[in-house]
Design a binder for this molecule. Sequence first.
Ligand code: ZN
Length: 139
Amino acid sequence: MKSFYKELYFNIPERMEFVNITSQVNEALLESGIQEGLCLVNAMHITASVFINDDESGLHRDYKRWLEKLAPHAPIDQYDHNRTGEDNGDAHHKRQIMGREVVVAVTNGKLHFGTWEQIFYGEFDGRRKKRVLVKIIGE
Ligand code: ZN
């Protein structure tokens, strides 16, 4: 069995943003040379997500509004976590609901997606350097 990994770096200027990383994951898959297997993609931070959904800007605005309703950033003193001196209590909650990772099947050297499926990096506490791990195993 072959095994390959690559780390992707992000420095998002906004507090919350979604980035389509499908082409970067595809690139990693090509570099790996793996034809049949599994591709794991996970955020390496507890205030960021990796998720799969549609690349549709209206949906992304809806997500942001929904997440801000579920876990508003302000007032920051509503989160016990922020008593540590941080201000990212909301970002931990947003990450929890949007998930840590995705796994995509690799078939014939390609990411085996359903219709409209794309991979996104979800940032909830941006303005600093962060990483995503792509790990691919197979033959
Ligand atoms: Zn925190």
